[in-house]
Design a protein. Sequence first.
Length: 163
Amino acid sequence: MARPRKYATNAERQAAYRKRKKRSVHFRSDSFEWSTPQDLFDELHREFAFDLDVCATVENAKCERFYSRRDDGLKQPWFGTCWCNPPYGRDIGRWVEKSLQASRDGAVVVCLLPSRTDTRWWHECVSQAEDVRFLRGRLRFGGHENSAPFPSVVAVFRMQSRP
C-alpha cells in the first residue's frame, strides 16, 4: 500500500521547501553551534572560575585558553575547570561522554546542554552529573533575535570526594 501524498503537486512541495529554507537558523539544522549567552556565562564563571573552554571558535571563546574545531577538543586533555557548550548535533553525546570521563580524571566540567531527557546520552551521562540545573524559559543564543526552540540545562560534572 502506497503512502499518501503530503502535497498534491510538485509546485506545492517546492513552495513548502522554499518556506522552510527561509526560516531562522533557530528552527533549522543549518548550524549546530549555539554561542553561549554572555550573561549566563558570566554568572557561571563567577561561581566556577573556568580555566578552559573545550569547544569554541576564535569568535566565541569564553576563556583565554580554548580548543577550537581545528584542535578537536574531543582528542585533547581536559583539566582544571572546563566550560563546554558543545555543538548540538549528532555528536553531542560524544561531548557529554567526554565531560563525564574528564570529571572522573579530576577535571570539573560545566556544560550548557539542550534538555533532551529522551536521549541515550542524557540517561547514560547527564544522569551521573553532580548537579543538573534546568534553566527557566528559553535562552537567546549569540545575539540572535529569537530564543532557542528548546529548553536548556547546565550540567556540572565533578567527582564527589568519597569518604
